[in-house]
Design a protein around this ligand. Structure first.
Ligand code: C5P
Length: 219
């Protein structure tokens, strides 16, 4: 691979958590730091790609050269992704999208009392599965954080969402950490990337992505 092996390619990346509003001050989120997705964005810029980074709430600085679109809820993330996706070659879905949103969020701060408060939650749409299911999808890379049966659940997820490449990691290893250890799952099988800083892991993921992308486009 050339140093600028993604020159001329447009890459859309989602990163970070989403935030689902309960009321004027509260919400539901998860412990994604956004570090892995931001590292992918940085590595993609190094490799010459044009990068659009759709980011959930995270204080991380924007990698130099990326176009950042900030979103909060998963619905907003879906909207931002759908607006960009027709013009991109590759979609890397790193965001930890909340699985549910609050059906009737309150405009005002909910007052507390001694009663049990029940929230109604409805499932969020799967942004990645929607993109991968398009008539002419970009090359889609998914992530899966699992707490057990990593390779089995990862491969099931890859097939269910119809992805050429899925990056699987242990929840306990990845969340918030500076390092990561991952498995790349594709049609050829599995490939381990040993524990390393997230930027090194990001570079290796993108190199693998570029090779597979070429296979898919020049079979
Ligand atoms: O099914 P699960 O949430 O584990 O799948 C993880 C992968 O799917 C990640 O790539 C994540 O970004 C993506 N995803 C999504 N929209 C959702 C849930 C997950 O794009 N609502």
């Amino acid at each position: 691979l050339q140093p600028k092996y993604l020159q001329g390619k447009k890459i859309l990346i989602t990163a970070g958590p989403t935030f689902e509003r309960i009321d004027a001050v509260r919400g539901i989120t998860n412990s994604s730091s956004g570090k892995m997705g931001f590292a992918i964005a940085k590595a993609a810029i190094e490799a010459g790609a044009e990068v659009i980074l759709v980011a959930g709430p995270t204080p991380l600085p924007t990698p130099l050269g990326a176009r950042r679109v900030n979103v909060s809820s998963s619905q907003e993330m879906l909207g931002a992704v759908n607006a960009e996706v027709p013009r991109v070659d590759i979609f890397v879905s790193v965001a930890a999208v909340a699985d549910y949103y609050v059906l009737n969020p309150s405009e005002q701060k909910i007052k507390k009392d001694a009663h049990i408060l029940t929230l109604e939650l409805a499932p969020n749409p799967d942004i990645l599965a929607n993109v991968a299911g398009l008539a002419e999808p970009p090359f889609c890379v998914g992530f899966a954080a699992e707490s057990e049966n990593l390779l089995e659940y990862g491969e099931q997820k890859r097939r269910r969402k119809k992805l050429p490449l899925l990056v699987a990691n242990q929840v306990q290893d990845a969340m918030g950490a500076e390092d990561n250890e991952v498995f790349l799952l594709d049609d050829h099988g599995q490939h381990k990337l040993n524990r390393a800083p997230k930027l090194d892991i990001a570079r290796a993921i993108l190199q693998h992505t570029a090779k597979l992308y070429r296979e898919y486009h020049n079979p």
